[in-house]
Design a protein around this ligand. Sequence first.
Ligand SMILES: [Fe+2]
Ligand SMILES: [Fe+2]
Length: 459
Amino acid sequence: MTTPDHGARLKQVAGANILITAVAIAFAMAIDPTLGPLAPALCLLAFAIASEFVSVPIAAGRLSGCFGAVLAIGWISGPALGVLAAIIVTLVEARRHGTRRASIAVNVAGLAVAALLAGAAAHLAQVRGVDAADTTFALVCFAAYMAAICIEFWWVFSADLGDDLEPLGVMTRHILVPLLPQFACMACVTAALPMLYSQFGTTALLLVFTVLLSFQSLVRALLLSRQRADQLDESVREIAERERALERLSFGALRALVQSVNLRDRMTARHSGAVARYAREIARELGLDDHEQETVHMAGLLHDVGKHIFTDAILTGGRKLTDDQFELVKQHPGVGAELVRGMPGYERVSDIIRHHHERIDGRGYPDGLAGEDIPLLSRCISVADTYDVMTSRDSYRRPVSRQEAIAELRRVAGAQLDAAVVDAFIRALERTDVRFDHGSADDLERQLAVDSWRQRRAA
Ligand SMILES: [Fe+2]
Ligand SMILES: [Fe+2]
């Protein structure tokens, strides 16, 4: 926001710079009142404006051949035309970029003074007998270019019109000094222009400018496309970060869901913990990778979240279900799957949940899938589920021993359960003594402690 004090300062700075520009014109006219030749001046002015339109974006601003062209006008056609060209190109640039008025005055004066000094140096050399075709003249022009670019830089930044500008010394070190090699290259090309003009005329200048503008356009196009690619990368990174945040949020919601099931129905919650534990062991035994093991673990934890639609009579009763109650029971995989599907990144877990009551012979629910049409991880859940229902001490049924449960798994393998998955589970049971303690809350907490997995997966 512009305060009254700041506004007054801007007016003072603008007024002083307009005055300085006028003085620069007067000095230039006084040094050399002859205006010309005009043809190279017009040619250089056209190049300066065209070059401004294809300026190359860099970290510290823009690079173009505009500055050099203005100085070259002063060297070839006299300091007065150089100063005039400085005013014209700065106004064109300001209009193009919507520069503030006070900054326009500063920029015009900065370039005008730079053009005046460079033009004066060249004029002085010529007065002392140095011919424009001589190497000495080119060296004078080179030195004048480097001095002029520093003068212009300091002029513009010492006006201190930008927002939160750093001290001039810091900006010199951070902006001007790193750019000096590029400026030196541009000074070499620019310093050669008077020599070129004196030997080959305006046509040679036109030829050089065509090449320079083509090269500048090419560099600009390359840099812009790289900037767009960087922006695209940045957008992709932002989207991925948002997705990760959403996944973390989703996981928090799902964890709360399991714990809310725990509050209403402790047996189902601990059963879910046990199924997650067993299903992960099966996946490991089948040789599935860590990601698959983690996915089936999560699906195990959530496989019965659809049970919240059960009435208390279904949840806690030990009696045979009525037909209506069984219809409700058959809905829980679908309801649970829909609940989980709403969470971004959980589509696969949702599919596994939906099919955890399918049977290998196609007589399960909700979709009656058979054999390998049932997702493998759903088949793992089915085996873990069946085993835990049989062996759990929390179950309203009489728990059976591990050996009896294994015998039952073998009996239904190939009809209700996938035989290969049953075999894998039995191998895991016999080898690692996989257990889940339904009697304590600790085992459930251990199964729920998967935050580190979520973070790893989201990383
Ligand atoms: Fe279930
Ligand atoms: Fe279950």
